[in-house]
Design a protein around this ligand. Sequence first.
Ligand SMILES: *[C@@H]1O[C@H](CO)[C@@H](O)[C@H](O)[C@H]1NC(C)=O
Ligand SMILES: *[C@@H]1O[C@H](CO)[C@@H](O)[C@H](O)[C@H]1NC(C)=O
Length: 112
Amino acid sequence: MKCLILVSAIFVLIFARSVPTFPSPTIDVLIGPNCHMCEVILNNVRYEYHNNFTGVTPDQLRKSLYVQCDLNLNGFTDEECHRIADNDSADILQQLQAGTSSYRICQRDLLC
Ligand SMILES: *[C@@H]1O[C@H](CO)[C@@H](O)[C@H](O)[C@H]1NC(C)=O
Ligand SMILES: *[C@@H]1O[C@H](CO)[C@@H](O)[C@H](O)[C@H]1NC(C)=O
């Protein structure tokens, strides 16, 4: 009986040690799911403006991006999203006005 307990204890120990540890997805914010989220966010913004960015100001776009960041992301990734909106709203606006695809815009912001 004692032996059985010992064997199961060893088994549990070995099993616990072999469980792989996954890196936190927030560590590398520039790859992976953020590409898709970036496209979702831009497509929602397009929808909001009916894909017509004539007369839209960078500040308006920044606020729309903020709303979409908060709806789709949280924590560190949300903060990063706000930072991108702060830094790049004028640039993103120009690209939206020029009809650049969401994927390409996300590529330029190094998210895809
Ligand atoms: C786009 O928006 C502007 C300003 O609101 C408007 O004058 C123009 O007619 C719109 N263009 C289209 C294609 O809907
Ligand atoms: C925003 O701009 C600041 C200052 O230029 C820079 O330090 C920061 O890395 C930029 N952030 C993003 C997300 O581009």
